[in-house]
Design a protein around this ligand. Sequence first.
Ligand SMILES: NC(=O)C[C@H](N)C(=O)O
Length: 316
Amino acid sequence: MKPVIVVHGGAGRIFKEQEKACRSGVVRAVLRGYGILKRGGTALDAVEEAVRSMEDDPHFNAGCGSVLNEKGEVEMDAIIMDGKNLASGAVSAVKCVANPIKIARLVMEKTKHVLLTDQGAHLFAQAMGVPEIPEEKLITERSQERWKKNLEPDSNPEEFQKDLGTVGAVALDSEGNVACATSTGGLSNKLIGRVGDTACIGSGGYADNYSGAASTTGHGESIMKVVLARLILYHMEQGMSPEMAADTALDYMKTRVGGLGGVIIVNNSGEWAARFSTKQMSWATVKDDQLYYGIYTGERHTKSVDEAFASESEEF
Ligand SMILES: NC(=O)C[C@H](N)C(=O)O
């Protein structure tokens, strides 16, 4: 089986001055993940690596760069899932760690549970030897400015929620296994303790070798109401292509609950899609040693992977 990986850097609005950094960020992440697949690594390792790369990138709303809750704190959600056996692990409302996706993976591999939250997730991370980092390291000037603006009496929180940026990855490895991973700081100025779609199995992501894998982004409460990732896989089980399944599910979310978002998908034969109902979503894919990436509807750049690896440090 030829490996495939798709990543997203969040659906929503990307400001002009951020576009280059977002394109570079998703390309860097997809190449890291593909490097693992190319060496015969698993889909699970590839999606974790790709998501880690974007958690470490301050341009995305995950890890460093996460948006802040109503008190100005970072509370992050993440999920990972293995399509081989439906094993999955997630964390919600975690603080002071660089890579929530790592803890999600540990939840999957080292506990009998699927989701740990807040204090419990913190204690578990400590017990697993995950280093704690000061909260300031996760907070960027941009996330702080946005938080302050949202506190102004005439602010329009709806407007600011458009500026999303969750990160995610889906992959198919050479053994035919699929996996997904998603990580986020959630919604700006959210209530303390708010758990979003990203931490919830079937909403923020789902992976099943019988059909494929999906990772979602967008308005979390809407995504949870329609259980977006699982809905997409259901459509694929009924015979739809990844693209058709994505469009059908996103349309349903828009008409049924008025929610916008984006998804990346790979099915178990290596067909993929990156679709969104928002204005933009940064995404990148590698299949057959060919890199594809874009931000706007209809935008699709192509490069060979060798060429892309050679210019990895450059902007795209
Ligand atoms: N940026 C996002 O995609 C937000 C995320 N889905 C949430 O609601 O937590």
